[in-house]
Design a protein. Structure first.
Length: 193
C-alpha cells in the first residue's frame, strides 16, 4: 500500500509541475522534481497519460521529444471559447503550409534554399511562420553572407500533433515523380500567363 501511495504522490508532483509551468517541461527536470531517474519518470508520466485517456478527462499530457506538457484536449475548445475571448485565428495559407513543410522536412534550412525549392521569394512566408512561432532561427550557415538557418519549433510539434520530427509522415517515393510532374505543369501554366 505504501508503494501505491508513493506512486500516487510522485504522479501528483508531476501533475502539479506540468500544470503550474503551463508549457513543456524537460524530462530531466521532471525527474529531478520527483527524485527518480528519467526512465522511471517517463513510465510515471506515460501511466498518467493513459489514465487521463481512460478516464476521458478534459486535460491530457503530450510528449514533445524529451519534454512533456499538460494541455486541454482539443474536443473541449468550443467550451473554452464560451468563457475566454476567442483568440485571433492564425490562418495558414497554402503558401505558408508549403513553406512550413519545406522547413519541416529540410531543416535546418536557409531562406535561399526554401526559395530555390518553391521557385519564388519567400520572405513574407518565412516572416509569418516566425511570427506564428512555428519556425525559428537556429543559427547561421558557415557560408558567404552567413545566411540564417530555420527549423521548426516546439509549437509546430504541438499544433500538428507530432511528438518529434521523426514522426512526420514520409513521402511515398512512388508519388515523388507524380509531384514533380505536377510542379512542371504548374510552372508551365504560370509561364503562359
Amino acid at each position: 500500500m505504501d508503494e501505491v501511495m508513493d506512486i500516487q504522490k510522485l504522479q501528483a508532483v508531476i501533475e502539479a509541475v506540468l500544470f503550474t509551468m503551463g508549457q513543456s517541461v524537460e524530462l530531466s527536470s521532471l525527474a529531478r522534481a520527483v527524485g527518480h531517474d528519467e526512465e522511471t519518470t517517463r513510465k510515471l508520466i506515460h501511466y498518467l497519460m493513459d489514465k487521463y485517456e481512460a478516464e476521458n478527462r478534459g486535460m491530457k499530457i503530450i510528449e514533445l521529444e524529451d519534454r512533456f506538457q499538460m494541455c486541454t484536449k482539443p474536443d473541449f475548445y468550443e467550451y473554452l471559447i464560451k468563457v475566454a475571448a476567442v483568440p485571433k485565428k492564425q490562418v495558414l495559407t497554402d503558401v505558408l503550409l508549403e513553406t512550413l513543410s519545406i522547413v519541416a522536412y529540410k531543416q535546418p534550412v536557409t531562406k535561399l534554399e526554401i526559395e530555390k525549392i518553391r521557385g519564388v521569394k519567400s520572405d513574407h512566408a518565412v516572416n509569418k511562420l516566425v511570427e506564428y512561432g512555428l519556425i525559428c532561427e537556429v543559427g547561421r550557415l558557415d557560408a558567404p553572407g552567413r545566411p540564417i538557418l530555420f527549423s521548426t519549433t516546439e509549437e509546430f510539434l504541438r499544433r500538428f500533433g507530432v511528438g518529434s520530427i521523426e514522426d512526420l509522415p514520409s513521402v511515398n517515393p512512388e508519388r515523388m515523380d507524380e509531384f514533380k510532374e505536377e510542379a512542371k505543369e504548374e510552372a508551365q501554366l504560370k509561364l503562359k500567363f
